[in-house]
Design a protein around this ligand. Structure first.
Ligand SMILES: [Zn+2]
Length: 321
């Protein structure tokens, strides 16, 4: 491990495709029916399809109805009667801190805030923050999977500090301003162009997570105490990692069918098979095991494979057309 780390820590030689984005998140939940209801009525997803044979639900935007391949969120029922119903924070396990749903305009964050003020059971509420690059609202689902809903300020308003470092903070959200600016509409679910903007993970060791930098080729865009942020193409972050629940934590239970939590998240490269193959070769050259023996959950011809990070967090890499 040490040899691997030293060898790749020198590198800017590999840079991710500028088209790289988070595609979707696949969560294991203890009660599929309850989770679907929560993500529809509280968040505003549309059910694109249900695979009752495999206890899977595909959720996305209303405009994509019945196109499971465009799902932003896949919900996966854990084995009934065996689930361990607790947070990975309580379990002290690597995995999801939150996944973050990016709204295309600030007004939608205002409608969403008003909607949850009226409809969200307070036990699911976590907080709000202004991160300079973005404004965010945090909550969790019935299985304590963390969720952020946010909007970005314009990239021209972000401050870059040199060496690809972006200025991010955690300050109070100006709720009065947000609510008072947009009074004309109500929340009717996620609008067109909503996407999964980033994922934020609990990890055991920040240094090892430089793998996101050297192996996936993301820029290391910011450091907080106990947290690193990574992005492609001048975004503020597509992936963040933190050690805020400690460094002595269990590996991810991604492949344990009995535990709720993150099964995997997916990163997509759009359009360019050469970029996709270049990434695959780079991972293989650096001794990362490529798992291509997968069921294609999206039932389309996406080219994809899985890798695991050093904490067993599972990542699907896919090429979309
Ligand atoms: Zn976040």
């Amino acid at each position: 491990m040490c040899r691997l780390y030293v060898r790749i820590d020198t590198a800017n030689e590999f840079i991710a495709s500028p088209s790289l984005k988070v595609d979707h998140v696949h969560l294991k939940v203890s009660n599929l029916h309850e989770a679907v209801e929560f993500y529809q009525s509280i968040l505003g997803f549309t059910v694109l399809g249900i695979d009752s044979g495999r206890d899977l639900a595909y959720l996305g935007l209303a405009e994509s109805i019945s196109d499971k391949s465009s799902a932003l969120l896949v919900l996966d029922q854990v084995n009934r009667g065996k689930n361990v119903y607790s947070t990975n924070m309580k379990r002290r396990e690597a995995g999801l801190y939150h996944f973050a749903i990016l709204l295309p305009e600030r007004k939608f964050l205002s409608y969403f805030l008003r909607h949850i003020q009226e409809n969200l059971d307070p036990r699911f509420y976590e907080g709000m923050a202004d991160h300079a690059v973005s404004e965010s609202i945090y909550l969790h689902d019935p299985d304590y999977n963390g969720i952020e809903v946010y909007r970005d300020r314009k990239p021209s308003e972000w401050k870059w500090l040199g060496e690809n470092k972006v200025h991010m903070v955690t300050e109070p959200l100006d709720v009065d301003n947000l609510l008072s600016q947009y009074r004309d509409e109500i929340w009717i679910g996620f609008p067109v162009h909503t996407s999964i903007g980033h994922v934020h993970l609990h990890v055991s060791n920040l240094a090892k997570k430089k793998l996101y930098h050297q192996l996936l080729g993301l820029y290391h865009t910011a450091s907080y105490p106990g947290a690193y942020f990574f992005a492609a193409d001048n975004y503020h972050h597509h992936v963040a990692t933190n050690t805020w629940i400690g460094t002595n934590i269990l590996p991810s239970s991604a492949d344990d069918p009995n535990k709720p939590g993150l099964e995997h998240y997916a990163i997509r490269i759009t359009g360019d098979i050469e970029e996709f193959n270049r990434l695959k070769r780079h991972l293989t050259t650096n001794d990362i095991a490529i798992d291509e023996d997968i069921e294609n959950l999206n039932e389309q011809n996406d080219t994809s494979f899985y890798i695991y990070d050093s904490d067993g967090v599972k990542i699907q890499i896919l090429l979309s057309k």
